[in-house]
Design a protein around this ligand. Sequence first.
Ligand SMILES: Nc1nc2c(ncn2[C@@H]2O[C@H](COP(=O)(O)OP(=O)(O)OP(=O)(O)O)[C@@H](O)[C@H]2O)c(=O)[nH]1
Ligand SMILES: [Mg+2]
Length: 584
Amino acid sequence: MFVVATAGHVDHGKSTLVRALTGMEPDRWAEERRRGMTIDLGFAWTTLPSGGTVAFVDVPGHERFVPNMLAGVGPVPAALIVVAADEGWMPQSAEHLAALDALGVAYGLLVVTRSDLADPGPATAHAQAQIAATSLGTVEAVAVSGLTGAGLPELRTALDRLAARLPAPTVHDPVRLWVDRSFTVRGSGTVVTGTLGAGRLRVGDELELAGADEPVRVRGLHSLGEAQTEAAAVARVAVNLRGTPRDRLGRGDALLTPGRFHHTDLVDVRLTGDPAADLPATLTLHLGSAAVPVRVRPLGPDTVRLRLARPLPLLVGDRALLRDPGRHHVAGGVRVLDVAPPPLARRGAAVARAQVLAELDGRPDLVGELRRRRLIQAGTLIRMGVPVHVAPVAGDWLADPAHWRRLGDQVTEEVARYARDHPLEPGMPVDALRQRLALPDRVLVEALVRPPLRMHAGRVGAAGADALPEPVARAVRRVRAEYGDRPFRAPEADHLVDLGLGPREIGAAVRAGALLRLADNVVLLPDALDDAVRVLAGLPQPFTLSAARQALDTTRRVAVPLLELLDRRGATRRLPDDARIVVT
Ligand SMILES: Nc1nc2c(ncn2[C@@H]2O[C@H](COP(=O)(O)OP(=O)(O)OP(=O)(O)O)[C@@H](O)[C@H]2O)c(=O)[nH]1
Ligand SMILES: [Mg+2]
């Protein structure tokens, strides 16, 4: 199926043409038929000579209903520009063409209707010249009469040729179905319709709806009046969302593949076409079927920041148009450059931002995004419309390679500085490092630690830093030199201080296993335990505390806690009479 929207001035014969081609009535409302004028969008379809199907979105031509017209053409990439032979090019011919141009519509046909009333030649020539200056370029022209049917066979074959030129739909892309109509069907509940431009919908699918806490579920699917279990782009679809109240959604809402779109109310865009120098400060942004008031902040010569009155699921590269509703005037097209732009708080930030935007063209650019954002989660970029084809550095995180190298260097520097400032600690706590580097996630710190640094017990230090800080190592060497040949004599408290072992140093040495703490201020070299067991095993068993003290050549100050430690470790056992035996 391919979908084409009509465009053109009021009364030029758009609906008559659609009716003549399809046999269906595009003017759905009694009021439209009574007034002989289209007010809202109409939908009809037919089979072409090739066997393919074309669906029409018929739009109103009256200037009052341009917002409805825009909701119809927004999601449709091809247009049938209708001009009456007897009236020729008129104001809404121009406004509709400007809208198509702003949206970047590149495929279309010119249909000169009412050619039974006047020679279609002049209207054709004039319209073709106008159209050639837009995104549509040179288009094929067909003269018809909706009344007599003249030219309709030629138009059908021209539609087939147009269909053949359209790019293949991207059925694997996520779904963003802009709702153009919503209504209630008795017994089924809420139904919405739209033009599925990309992706695939199936009955049972869960979809995201902006502002809804819960996903909505596709209960039923129709395309061109027939129930379907699945619909692939491009297609006109009617989606039954039983369980979703009718007032929850309407024209301008979008049904989305969950988690694949970023809802934003702040975008930086490039103005396309011939942007007016004095753009009003408030305009309406039309994108898809949505129309949202925006505040315009100029940045560069052709770039502006838009603050949307409500968030929309926008992607980098989206085309949209700005319109001045008061002046019935398409103010210009926009191309979305950035859907998550940085705040402009600092002085000079706007100027700097304009320079960045001058380099962007709305084509998703992974390398550029990484350079600008430095660190970002892959999912976040994908939701902005930037495909990701590089491996993450950690978890879901992507990094700009140069930034990542700088962070690696900073880790080395910060850890070295920390070691200087905290010589007794076995490395820098991971979280302190994360904060110093202002990293958003701990996994990034972990990924940045490379040899000779290593992570141990929640800290980052030089390999072996958890073994012994240098000042402590020096003190322990002195203990070993003085006490190596009398291993059960513990240095007195004041001598410990002389040796450079205050409470913090003792703590560090004990954590590192370089000293053995028996009690406060009672420390031995760690090999003393095994030595003690060997000496005690040589005594007649059981042995008393006093016998142990003499054999070990030490004092009660050491012997009492040492034996208690050996008891706890199961090397000795204390008997009811307080004598002990060595457990073999
Ligand atoms: N003679 C003649 N009259 C036509 C032809 N096409 C449309 N008309 C008449 O022109 C008037 C307007 O036709 P519509 O089809 O409603 O025009 P429209 O472009 O859909 O108008 P809007 O939807 O209001 O913008 C009607 O009275 C039609 O009968 C044609 O090819 N020949
Ligand atoms: Mg009409």
